[in-house]
Design a protein around this ligand. Structure first.
Ligand SMILES: [Zn+2]
Length: 269
């Protein structure tokens, strides 16, 4: 089995996790910028974090034969402070041409406030003006449908947006159709307690097909399982999916999306 982990917050994981992922067939990870567990009040904290994502983390991953890609942004949880967002975007400018940066993300909304939406719009414009791929976080639980709806409406009203270059992550049963019908890519996050479990993710694949869908474990500071993509592949196999169909979801799909960024390249198998 070979797979890509397209959404993993590796800064919060140990090298043991990298080892387990490599042993399970992981060949590349893409790591979106996220929340540090506290709100960073100045752009300096982001500068240090972006250095970690573009310099240190790729070296750590390489020790296990895993290629490391990353996305940069101000996380939606901190998006209330629009002025900080502007300063962070100015800071991102100097990291954009680093070899492992594939786009802007994960941006989006958390509590779906006006300020968060404005910061989100600033990030989308920044990405479009610089021809970057976009990775979008959708809010949790009761805010998910409303937040996803607002994000999609906003993107559809911007004629510059090509939905094939945008992945909307953390979809669930009630939001996946909205995302796919809009021509966007959809990500399913496999969490032990919330979002999608592996069984629910395979149900969604059975219902909605596997075109323009990827799966990730998010693996962050909270309860999460870094091996949830291969574990879900096992569930697919148990339910009779062929090896080729599984490979399409866990390897070929993320490769197709990420390859739209010319920097994303895998070594020959
Ligand atoms: Zn995330």
């Amino acid at each position: 089995m070979r797979y890509i982990e397209p959404h993993a917050h590796m800064v919060s994981r140990t090298t043991d996790d990298y080892r387990q992922m490599a042993l399970s067939g992981c060949v590349a990870v893409s790591e979106p910028a996220f929340w540090a567990g506290f709100d960073r009040l100045s752009p300096d904290g982001f500068d240090a974090y972006f250095r970690q994502l573009t310099d240190f983390e790729p070296k750590r991953a390489a020790q296990y034969g895993i290629q490391h890609y990353t996305w940069l942004c101000l996380n939606p949880k901190e998006g209330e402070d629009r002025a900080l967002g502007q300063k962070v975007l100015a800071c991102i400018e100097k990291y954009l041409d680093r070899p492992n940066v594939v786009g802007i993300g994960e941006i989006g909304v958390n509590r779906v406030t006006q300020n968060e939406l404005a910061t989100f719009r600033d990030h989308v414009s920044f990405a479009l003006e610089r021809k970057q791929l976009i990775l979008i976080h959708t809010p949790h639980l009761e805010d998910k449908y409303k937040g996803t709806r607002m994000i999609i409406d906003m993107l559809k009203n911007d004629p510059r947006v090509n939905p094939a270059r945008v992945c909307i992550d953390h979809v669930e049963e009630h939001t996946v159709k909205l995302v796919l019908d809009g021509g966007f890519w959809a990500g399913m996050t496999l969490y032990p307690n919330s979002k999608c479990t592996p069984a629910r993710a395979v149900d969604i694949l059975d219902r909605f097909g596997s075109e323009r869908l990827w799966m990730n474990s998010a693996c962050d500071w909270g309860p999460s399982v870094p091996l949830n993509v291969p574990r879900t592949a096992l569930e697919m196999r148990r339910r009779g999916w062929t090896a080729e169909a599984i490979d399409r979801v866990i390897f070929q799909n993320p490769v197709r999306f990420l390859s739209q960024c010319p920097k994303f390249k895998l070594p020959p198998a």
